[in-house]
Write a protein that binds this ligand. Structure first.
Ligand code: ATP
Ligand code: MG
Length: 254
C-alpha cells in the first residue's frame, strides 16, 4: 500500500514535469524565430496588421484571430517540431514525404499547410462551405474568419442541435459536394471540425484531406460516416453507416 502511494506520487510528479515541458514546447514551437519572421512577412505584405488572440491550441497547429485592413481573419500556425508527426496519420506522412522528397520537419510541415490551403481552394471552387483561403506561406495559413462579432462560431460538438434531420441533410449535401465536386475526402470529418452558427455548417481543418483516387479515401470516408451515424443516433436520429456513407458521396466508390 505504502509502495503504491510512493509510486503514485512519483508518477504525479513526473506527469507535472511532463506538462510543464509541454507548455514550454507550445510557446517555443508556435512562436519560434522563423514563425515570427514568417508572420512579419505577412504584415509587411499588408495581409494582416496584428495578431489579436489565440482561438485554439491544437495538437498540430494553433489558430489565432488576426486583424487585417478588411477585418478579422483566422491565422493557422502549424507547429514546426517533431512532436507534430506523432499526430499525423501514416498515409499523410508517407504522401508528404513523397511530395517534398525529404525528411526535413520544416519542409514537411510547410507542405502540410500547403495541402490544407489547396484543399480549401478546391472546396471553394466546388461550392463547399469552408473558410476562404487567403495565403499560404511556410507554416502559416491565412483564411477568412468564420464567426460573428469577432468571435468564432462554436464547433458542432459544443452546439445544441434542434433539428438533427435538417442538420444531417445539410452535412450530406456538403460532404457529397466535397467528394463528387472537389473530388476530395476530408480525412478527419467529425463534429470537432465543423463550425455551426445554429443554422448552417462550415467545414474546417482540411490538412488531412486526400484525393478520392487515393487508396485510403473510401475507408476514411466510411470510418467518418460510421462515427457520424453514432453521433446522429445520440441525437435521436437513426441512420445506418452505409446509408450515410452513400449519401456523403461514397456511392462513387461502388
Ligand atoms: N477560419 C476560421 N475561423 C474561425 N475560427 C477558426 C477558423 N479555423 C479554425 N478556427 C478555430 O480553431 C479551432 C482549431 O482549428 P483546426 O481544427 O483547423 O485546428 P487543429 O490544430 O487541427 O485543431 P485540433 O488539433 O484541435 O483538431 C477550431 O475549432 C475553431 O474554433
Ligand atoms: Mg481540428
Amino acid at each position: 500500500m505504502e509502495e503504491l502511494e510512493v509510486f503514485r506520487s512519483r508518477r504525479e510528479r513526473e506527469e507535472e514535469r511532463r506538462k510543464e515541458r509541454s507548455h514550454h514546447d507550445v510557446r517555443d514551437e508556435v512562436f519560434d524565430r522563423r514563425t515570427l519572421l514568417a508572420i512579419s512577412r505577412l504584415v509587411s505584405r499588408d495581409l494582416l496588421q496584428q495578431v489579436d488572440f489565440s482561438i485554439s491550441t491544437g495538437k498540430v497547429a494553433n489558430v489565432f484571430r488576426v486583424t487585417s485592413a478588411e477585418g478579422p481573419r483566422a491565422l493557422k500556425v502549424y507547429r514546426v517540431g517533431n512532436a507534430v508527426f506523432r499526430s499525423m496519420p501514416p498515409y499523410l506522412l508517407h504522401d508528404l514525404r513523397e511530395e517534398v522528397g525529404s525528411n526535413s520537419f520544416g519542409r514537411l510541415v510547410f507542405a502540410w499547410a500547403r495541402r490544407e490551403f489547396m484543399a480549401l481552394k478546391k472546396c471553394r471552387e466546388a461550392d463547399v462551405p469552408v473558410p476562404e483561403p487567403i495565403e499560404w506561406y511556410r507554416n502559416l495559413l491565412l483564411m477568412s474568419f468564420v464567426g460573428k462579432d469577432g468571435l468564432p462560431f462554436p464547433t458542432l460538438i459544443k452546439s445544441e442541435v434542434k433539428n438533427p434531420e435538417k442538420l444531417c441533410r445539410e452535412l450530406c449535401t456538403i460532404v457529397r459536394k466535397m467528394t463528387r465536386g472537389a473530388e476530395l475526402v476530408h480525412g478527419d470529418l467529425s463534429p470537432y471540425n465543423l463550425l455551426y452558427d445554429g443554422r448552417h455548417l462550415t467545414l474546417i481543418d482540411m490538412g488531412e484531406s486526400l484525393p478520392v483516387s487515393h487508396p485510403q479515401a473510401a475507408a476514411l470516408l466510411r470510418r467518418d460516416a460510421a462515427n457520424f451515424a453514432h453521433y446522429f443516433g445520440r441525437l435521436g436520429l437513426t441512420i445506418g453507416p452505409d446509408e450515410l456513407f452513400a449519401k456523403m458521396g461514397g456511392d462513387r466508390f461502388a
